[in-house]
Design a protein around this ligand. Structure first.
Ligand SMILES: *Cc1c(COP(=O)(O)O)cnc(C)c1O
Length: 380
């Protein structure tokens, strides 16, 4: 099956015996058994479900669906993108270990690694992942993991995953990629040799801004550990949210196709706009498109607050990836706690706006931004 076909048929393939066209929701905390032998079958590996924290058909479906699209053997869902990252990282590290991570990490991941994991004795150093020497010089004796993102936020740098994988092999380190911004529609890090791929399914996998979820995919040996972490740490996703995630996932191809082409059209239009100093939009993400996020640095004579106020039907939000076009102010949200010096080094200025393209008509989107840019102008 090709990507678009797999994208819709992942559930039917898994349980062909059901007669209900839509997958039922197993809204249950546990499963019942005919007798003790029947229950023993679970522990012998002959039955899949015992207790929802340890696995549920709806949440497993979401993991399996994403694993198929990523070309990975096994997938598992969790309660959020952050819990997916936690389960993946703890599956390959322990107290006393060291991680080398990209310096422009998603803000929540930065907090998880630099604050929370630090308290458990896991240390992290940050490196410039566009620079092989920067990564290598951050590697220590106790380093066990290289961690990065396929497309970074908010400046949309496309990471060189091959370099990271070859450095991992050379130094005997595990590798994890957060593939949230690219989705398997554009980039499939597992196929490039990455050990574990994590997602905030809250974003494009779910796609409708009505769900908080995460997914981890990888090979069967590591994923067994990841599933153990999800169950033992209580990072499991609820059945209804698993079902919602699957419903969202089925339209991933259609949404990404439209959202990426809208992003390209908006980037080109804003490139020509004199009220925009700089447009950030990658050209090298994949041959299917370059993502659905565009970041812009407003010209000096545009007032950021005025610009945001003028965005009629375009919502101002602290997230991305829904079917509706939305905007974010990184300095006020994701990069709020990043020290000014680091922020400016990364290029996250006070005039930077991140745009998440939806599936609306592209001309309507372009006109709405052009209008807000004109009204945002401060006239002296
Ligand atoms: C949103 C996001 C996360 C965290 O996901 P949650 O679902 O909010 O826990 C992690 N990584 C990236 C790149 C994200 O955009």
């Amino acid at each position: 099956m090709r990507f678009e076909t797999k994208n819709v048929h992942f559930q039917e393939k898994i349980e062909a015996t059901e007669t209900s066209k839509a997958k039922p929701i197993y809204q249950t905390s546990a499963f019942s058994f005919k007798d003790l032998d029947d229950m023993e079958d679970f522990f012998q590996g002959n039955k899949s479900y015992l207790y929802t924290r340890m696995g549920n058909p709806n949440t497993d479906d979401l993991g399996k669906g994403v694993a198929e699209l990523e070309g990975a053997e096994v997938g598992a869902a969790s309660s959020s993108g952050i819990s997916a990252i936690l389960a993946a990282v703890l599956a390959v590290t322990k107290s006393g270990d060291h991680i080398v991570a990209t310096e422009d990490l998603y803000g929540g991941t930065y907090q998880l690694m630099a604050r929370e994991l630090h308290e458990f004795g896991i240390e992290v150093s940050f490196a410039d992942f566009t620079n092989e020497e920067s990564i290598e010089s951050a590697i220590q004796e106790n380093t066990v993991l290289l961690y990065s993102e396929s497309i970074t936020n908010p400046l949309l740098r496309v990471e060189n995953i091959e370099t990271m994988v070859s450095l991992g092999k050379k130094h005997g380190l595990k590798t994890i990629i957060d593939n949230t911004f690219a989705t398997p529609f554009l980039i499939r890090p597992y196929e490039l040799g990455v050990d574990l791929v994590v997602h905030s399914a809250t974003k494009y996998i779910g796609g409708h801004s009505d769900l908080s979820a995460g997914v981890i995919v990888g090979g069967s040996v590591l994923m067994k550990k990841v599933k153990g972490k999800i169950a033992n740490l209580g990072c499991n996703l609820g059945p209804f949210d698993g079902w919602l995630g699957c419903r969202g996932l089925k339209t991933l191809s259609l949404r990404m196709e439209r959202q990426c082409s809208n992003a390209k059209a908006l980037a080109e239009a804003l490139e020509r706009n004199e009220n925009v100093k700089k447009v950030f939009y990658p050209t090298n993400a994949s041959d299917r498109g370059n993502g659905a996020i565009v970041s812009i640095d407003l010209a000096e004579h545009v007032d950021v607050h005025q610009f945001f106020r003028q965005l009629g039907w375009i919502k101002v939000v602290p997230t991305l990836a829904g079917v509706e076009t939305s905007v974010t102010y990184p300095v006020g949200t994701s990069h709020r706690s990043v020290p000014e010096e680091t922020r400016l080094k990364l290029g996250v200025t006070k005039s930077l706006v991140r745009i998440s393209l939806g599936i609306e008509d592209r001309q309507d989107i372009i006109e709405e931004f052009e209008k807000a840019l004109v009204f945002g102008e401060v006239k002296f």
